[in-house]
Write a protein that binds this ligand. Structure first.
Ligand code: GDP
Length: 426
């Protein structure tokens, strides 16, 4: 059966740590969407790692790690990341890359950067990893599946076609240097040599693993509010971040899902543009940003300061619902220990009306937070592993959120390390 770990919010909820923890009891760990535009932070016996492309099971020798067909595969990032974990002393992991996964081409990050430059003040805050141009090309059917790299004739003729299209844009829209078929061809031949040892039929591998009752873990990137369809469009990522997309992005039958674990942080944080109803500014934000996460709230991939705010019950209830969450994990509760009192956004006011439904588009932009305030616990809870040992104010905070997000909170994370975790319900 399949367990999925996904984000209920804007990403950076602490999925990396939870996946690393739960990976230990899995046989297969799968990435099914997104690319190297976000990262998981994992802190374990080998050190502190920001994984962008590799599945989180790479630290365990018993796990088969899969890069599913839905992923935007940047081959050079993949090899660099693999070499860097091996150089840190991690034994060479077992990895299979789907022969149907598509490749982030050398021009995708360029187009991402050129488009942000063209948009100027209206930019989306892209990480410039090429994800939007990659998925556009995938659906325009001018992308490259990994298997296509191994067919010389096809590779050349597709590259010729792509260069005709791209060079028109480069010349007339972006005024940038043109692509050369021969250079691209040489680069892709090098890249195919790098990826060749890992390529396989992952859908068939997963099918057999499920038939043998293997424990399969789906690892989500970002969160509901960055989903192309259900997120804060257009300030979203270019792939679907919902657990349900695992069916498409890895080839898993929908009937195989056993549990969907939505990870949400005890306060809100987001990178990039877009509506963020419970956002904090000024000194309050600065303090939370400095004390948040394991090293402050700065992006694992970009190092950009994250926007921070109070916990948003409206956005998170929606986030859990759209994920189909069977349970939730509340992370970074330890971060809030400095606060005398803690606000939670319990509803939005939109055009004079109070709502707990997460709105779309311009309505969301106009939404104002309605807060309730709970007392803080004002003592250090980092590393607490016994739920009952938490101060009553912390337990009340968890219970308050649980009721509003309508999802049982089964685990509470009290620090960035793998062992900083309380199980709540037996
Ligand atoms: P992901 O994208 O959801 O995997 O999130 P990241 O791992 O990039 O970001 C979450 C940040 O919070 C990282 O710096 C983690 O080390 C840190 N983190 C995760 N859980 C906890 C926790 O319970 N307490 C604290 N203080 N930090 C945490």
């Amino acid at each position: 059966m399949v367990k999925a770990i996904v984000g209920a919010n804007w990403g950076d909820e602490g999925k990396g740590k939870i996946t690393d923890m739960l990976a230990e009891d899995s046989d297969v760990v799968i990435r099914f969407q997104g690319g190297a535009n976000a990262g998981h932070t994992i802190i374990n016996n080998f050190g502190r790692f920001a994984l962008h492309t590799l599945p989180s099971g790479v630290f365990y020798p018993h796990i088969t790690n899969i890069i599913g067909n839905g992923v935007a595969l940047n081959i050079r990032v993949f090899t660099d990341e693999l070499n860097s974990i091996i150089n840190s002393g991690v034994p060479a992991p077992s990895i299979i890359v789907s022969d149907r996964a598509q490749v982030v081409m050398p021009y995708h990050p360029l187009f991402d950067a050129y488009e942000e430059e063209r948009l100027g003040g209206r930019a989306f805050g892209s990480t410039k990893s090429g994800i939007a141009p990659f998925y556009s090309d995938k659906f325009a059917k001018i992308g490259f599946q990994v298997n296509e790299l191994f067919d010389d004739e096809l590779l050349r003729s597709k590259l010729e076609n792509v260069c005709t299209i791209k060079n028109t844009l480069l010349e007339h829209l972006y005024h940038k240097p043109l692509l050369k078929v021969e250079e691209l061809y040489k680069e892709m031949v090098e890249q195919r040599e790098l990826i060749a040892p890992f390529v396989g039929n992952t859908a068939s591998f997963i099918g057999s693993a499920l038939a043998e009752n293997k424990r399969v873990l789906l690892e989500g990137q970002l969160g509901t509010l960055k989903d192309t369809d259900f997120g804060i469009y257009p300030y979203v990522t270019s792939s679907n971040t919902l657990a349900g997309y695992g069916c498409v992005g890895a080839g898993i039958p929908p009937t195989m899902f056993e549990s969907i674990i939505a990870v949400t942080k005890a306060y809100s944080s987001a990178v990039g543009e877009g509506a963020f109803v419970s956002e904090l500014h000024g000194e309050e934000a600065e303090t939370l940003r400095r004390l948040g996460g394991d090293k402050g709230e700065y992006g694992a991939t970009t190092g950009r300061p994250r926007r921070v705010g109070w916990f948003d019950c409206v956005a998170t209830a929606y986030g859990c619902h759209m994920q189909g969450a069977t349970e939730a994990v509340l992370t970074a509760v330890d971060v809030l220990s400095y606060l005398d009192e803690i606000k939670l956004c319990v509803a939005y006011e939109v055009d004079g009306k109070t709502t707990t439904d997460f709105p779309s588009g311009a309505k969301l932009e106009r939404a104002k937070p309605i807060y309730e305030t709970l007392p803080g616990w004002k003592c250090d809870i980092r590393g607490v592993t016994d739920y009952n040992a938490l101060p009553p104010q912390a337990k009340d905070y968890v219970a308050f959120i649980e009721e509003r997000i309508k999802t049982p909170i089964k685990m509470i994370s009290t620090g960035p390390r793998r062992e900083d975790i309380c199980n709540r319900l037996a």
